[in-house]
Design a protein around this ligand. Structure first.
Ligand code: ADP
Ligand code: ZN
Length: 727
């Protein structure tokens, strides 16, 4: 049970400030519960915190101050506190940074009423002063979250007038927060479908897992087999039992379609939580989830940190998707954190995918996860026929990428009134811009990356840091005029080729950078689904679960693209991506076909994609990882060191590699330093050390000891990445 602290009791409060421990305060007048959200004084400021437990007594008792006020929000439950602690320990993240993830709702403790909130807008002030700069910094630090006038003014140390002075220029914008309205109730029996035998069996197994204990199930099934239908049955059961359900999706662009589906199934829309949700809505969701009123949340990975009152189910859809790994700030994998949170509170996890990650496949193989397979597509639809187009035998004109065979296939589909998708996982017009006078490629001034031409935006863009410049006419290296040439295709260039190859076709390009807003993208996706185009040109974005009923042909422009490089995961990723993309073709009564343009049709990965025995593919991959002692059969952590001076970064890496006693004690080895997978970002050089250990090693404490030996000087930084994605 959570403790109650009488007024004046010494208590420990965890704040969201970048400190590495809790601070002692005295419980306020009226006392407070453990877990209460409170406002506490810190220096001259007031900051948000959570009552974590009894005071440590480590501070000078005469100087311990009192909690200012207890906020009007349900106290953080012990389960969430434990989750934050364990997640912090696992990812070696300071606890306050974890708490920040769990308190991302503006004005979370204020009584529900109409109020104005303020956040950074897109404008710039006409005149900059120190005070104004502090306001803008403070607002930016909130990462798009809005604060009340007094919160913003206080955190910047200025008067409210300074904040208001920034409104006319749009540098700060004001928003109204309406009172928090409850969500409409969801009816678990509203629109249930008749399931096939396969589906019904899987649904029954999932329902049985809704018994209030922890379990994880890998729900594997080809695209269109009805995984979503099946896990919605688990959601229904969860709702019937009065518990809350969370469904994580890898891509915000998918939520609109999904919400419509949930509405059809449960009669109303659930709560939404992702970066596209407005401030006022965030606050509402955070509170309603905390009060147990919001029955179901559809969200991005950060929804895992919401204060659910009685969470019974977490679904991770497309669980293999790499976007579940947060690569900035707190480095965590939402799939693994979902399992952690569920295991603490006794909830069910469903990991759904047509092409599971090797980690989940292995966990199921080892019996740690239950596994359910849906083997056939729903209805009369059959899996697309997949074939390789051997590019060595195709007659290609220079600077074209659509082979004559693929062209014929597209024409046939168009004549039948069906759609074709040309898939190329490269945004922009051309990946390389080359000077024909000096032979130099244009690179990013800050990163170890090429500048990618985006003709639609009329700019060269760095895909690492976002740096962009207008497309130059003279070579930045040698100054030659008009000698710059695009090399290789991006989707925009492919669209150009398609337009000339198929002059009568209506062509739609789906690439994340071509849409200003999620709404525009959604409109485009809806238009495609309704038959508004003949040819879809798309990047990875199309691989993720959209339903295009008229789509019957998928042409993969370069199936070899992901196989280059030495990444141990390359095979797994290519396999997943190709299978996902191919899975877009053919639904219901229209059989589909997938054609893979490749120069190496005999490559084992290409053969596995095309045909074959999936389990054999996973097993071969697993054997390779096992032999290399790599995850999931060994433990791996990355340490990324960065700084502006490359020598100092490498020196620090070398020093750490030599002083590895703490790691050797647990049998772990250090490799490196080597340039990180992205060796330079935003002008900072990045060097990586990899730490490898046997499965079951308690790696984190050893890593903490080892990394804790260094005091970072100057602009040197260190980030620890447990279970890195790239190795
Ligand atoms: P997956 O999630 O495996 O890709 P979905 O659940 O999206 O598959 O199902 C694919 C399509 O088939 C969807 O349009 C879905 O509504 C439909 N479908 C699947 N199972 C059934 C069923 N038992 N009855 C009616 N429609 C179904
Ligand atoms: Zn860059």
């Amino acid at each position: 049970m959570d403790a109650f602290y009488d007024p004046g009791t010494l208590i420990a409060v965890l704040t969201t400030q970048p400190l590495d421990r809790t601070l002692d305060y005295r419980a306020p007048e009226g006392g407070c519960f453990q877990g209460a959200y409170v406002e506490v004084p810190l220096g001259p400021r007031k900051v948000l915190g959570v009552v974590w437990g009894e005071g440590t007594g480590d501070y000078d008792l005469s100087k311990v101050r009192s909690v200012i006020r207890v906020l009007d929000a349900a106290p953080m439950r012990a389960e969430l506190r434990t989750f934050l602690e364990r997640a912090a320990a696992y990812t070696l993240t300071p606890l306050p940074a974890m708490l920040r993830l769990a308190t991302r709702a503006p004005g979370l403790g204020d009584p529900p009423s109409m109020r104005k909130v303020y956040r950074r807008g897109s404008g710039e002030p006409d005149r900059m002063t120190d005070a104004r700069a502090r306001v803008l910094d403070a607002a930016e630090e909130m990462g798009g979250l809005a604060l009340t006038l007094s919160e913003l003014a206080e955190s910047a140390g200025v008067t409210p007038q300074v904040v208001k002075g920034l409104l006319p220029s749009g540098a700060i914008v004001e928003e109204d927060t309406p009172r928090d309205t409850p969500f409409p109730p969801l009816d678990p029996d509203h629109g249930s479908k008749d399931l096939t035998d396969d589906q019904a069996q899987a649904a029954e197994a999932l329902r049985a897992g809704q018994d209030g204990t922890y379990s994880t199930t890998l729900l594997k099934g080809v695209t269109g087999s009805g995984k979503t239908e099946v896990y919605l049955e688990a959601v229904a059961e969860c709702l019937r039992r009065g518990r809350q359900a969370l469904v994580l999706l890898p891509e915000i662009a998918l939520t609109a379609e999904f919400l419509t589906r949930v509405q059809a199934r449960f009669g109303a829309k659930p709560a939404e939580w992702h970066s596209g949700v407005t401030m006022t809505e965030r606050r509402r969701v955070w509170r309603m989830v905390g009060e147990g009123q919001a029955q179901m949340v559809i969200g991005a990975r950060s929804a895992l940190f919401l204060p659910f009152q009685r969470l019974g189910l977490i679904v991770v859809d497309e669980e293999h998707d790499t976007s579940y790994k947060q690569e900035d700030g707190v480095l965590y994998n939402a799939r693994d954190m979902a399992v952690l949170r569920a295991s603490i509170l006794g909830a069910q996890v469903v990991l759904a995918s047509a092409t599971p990650s090797l980690e989940s496949w292995a966990n199921a193989d080892a019996g740690k996860y239950q596994r359910l397979d849906l083997t056939s597509r729903f209805g009369p639809a059959i899996l697309p026929e997949m074939r390789a187009l051997d590019m060595r035998g195709e007659d290609m004109a220079p600077n074209t990428w659509i082979s004559p065979s693929l062209r014929r296939a597209v024409t046939q589909r168009m004549e039948a009134g069906e759609q074709a998708l040309l898939f190329l996982n490269r945004r922009g017009y051309a990946p390389v811009t080359l000077c024909r006078a000096c032979g130099q490629q244009i690179g990013c001034p800050h990163c170890d990356a090429r500048m990618v031409e985006h003709r639609f935006l009329k700019r060269l863009v760095c895909h690492q840091c976002g740096e962009s410049t207008p497309i130059p006419t003279t070579c930045p290296s040698c100054g030659a005029e008009d000698r710059l040439a695009p090399v290789g295709p991006g989707v925009e260039r492919l669209a150009e080729e398609a337009a000339s190859a198929f002059p009568d076709a209506r062509i739609a390009v789906l690439s994340s950078d071509l849409y200003g807003t999620a709404r525009e993208l959604k409109a485009q996706i809806e238009s495609i689904a309704a038959g508004g185009c003949d040819i879809i040109i798309g990047t990875q974005l199309v691989a993720k679960g959209h339903n295009f009923p008229l789509l019957t042909l998928v042409g993969v422009i370069d199936a070899d693209l992901g196989l280059q490089g030495s990444d141990l995961r390359a095979a797994e990723r290519t396999f997943q991506l190709m299978r996902q993309v191919a899975g877009r073709a053919g639904r219901a009564d229209r059989p589909g076909e997938a054609l893979l343009q490749t120069f190496q049709p005999e490559h084992p990965v290409i053969r596995a994609i095309l045909g074959g025995d999936e389990e054999a593919f996973w097993r071969a991959e697993a054997d390779e990882r096992r032999a290399a002692g790599m995850p999931p059969y060994g433990r791996l952590a990355g340490v990324i060191l960065s700084g502006s001076e490359v020598d100092r970064v490498f020196d620090l890496g070398t020093w750490l590699a030599r002083h590895d006693a703490a790691l050797r004690r647990v049998g772990a080895q250090v490799y490196g330093p080597a340039p990180a997978p992205i060796a330079r970002v935003r002008g900072r050089h990045r060097v990586r050390l990899l730490v490898k250990a046997a499965k079951g090693t308690a790696l984190q404490p050893a890593l903490a000891d080892w990394a804790g030996q260094v005091r970072l000087k100057g602009d040197l930084r260190m980030a620890i990445d447990i279970d890195p994605q790239n190795f």
